[in-house]
Design a binder for this molecule. Structure first.
Ligand code: GRF
Length: 216
């Protein structure tokens, strides 16, 4: 059985999408994958309820309890390692990670970001996409490198920008794409159909088509 640990900081809708896919597709029996634990960087967030709803052990590790980024990341890596993870998924995890942390989990650390990277790293992606007048926007799942919202791209989902879109409507459609893109990316990486070799993402021939998603 391969273990997946999910890190969150808030609402947990991507966590829900992962857990729902794992249940619907019976990842444990069909793929040998288990979502072993959820770790939240904030207490009292909705994502912790989601973990409870699905019966997945959850834990809070707040950076406020640590002196500085290095100490927090060491403790976080320790907490994750306790679950012997084959893959760690950042699902709305709102912390910049240290180089040491990223290197420790190199090739085993995925993030979902609400833009078509390398366009619009950071926050406020939907507002910035509208301001830039792009016709296409979307979401990216990528292996994490030590730069924020950067690293080898695993999968991308595309939505077209409509004339009457505002940041909220665009966010809604991109989030739907994230909810489809993240579970399939996690399953492909965790089962070894997609992997990182040096700085390049490699995929078995059958997996390639699943790494692009075109929404309306
Ligand atoms: C998502 O849009 C994710 O891409 C971004 O933060 C948001 C988290 O949403 N990094 P949720 O907590 O998964 O609902």
């Amino acid at each position: 059985m391969k273990n997946i640990v999910v890190l969150i900081s808030g609402r947990g809708s991507n966590l829900r999408a992962l857990l729902a896919a794992a249940r619907a597709e019976d990842w444990e029996r069909a793929l040998g994958l288990r979502i072993a634990a959820v770790i939240s960087s904030r207490p009292d967030v909705a994502g912790l309820q989601v973990a409870a709803e699905f019966g997945v052990p959850a834990q809070v590790l707040s950076h406020l309890d640590f002196q500085g980024r290095d100490a927090f990341d060491v403790a976080l890596a320790h907490a994750i390692d306790a679950h012997r993870p084959d893959l760690v998924v950042l699902a709305g995890f709102m912390r910049v990670l240290t180089r040491a942390f990223v290197e420790h989990f190199a090739g085993r650390l995925l993030n979902v970001h609400p833009s078509l990277l390398p366009a619009f790293p950071g926050l406020g992606t939907h507002r910035r996409a509208l301001a830039a007048g792009v016709r296409l926007h979307g979401a990216t799942v990528h292996f994490v490198s030590s730069d924020v919202d950067a690293g080898p791209i695993v999968a991308q989902g595309v939505v077209s920008v409509r004339p009457d879109d505002d940041a909220e409507s665009l966010e809604r459609r991109v989030l739907e794409v994230e909810h489809r893109l993240l579970p399939r990316s996690v399953a492909l990486v965790a089962t070894g159909q997609v992997w990182l070799e040096r700085d390049r993402v490699c995929a078995r021939p059958g997996a390639t088509a699943q790494l692009v998603l075109l929404a309306a």
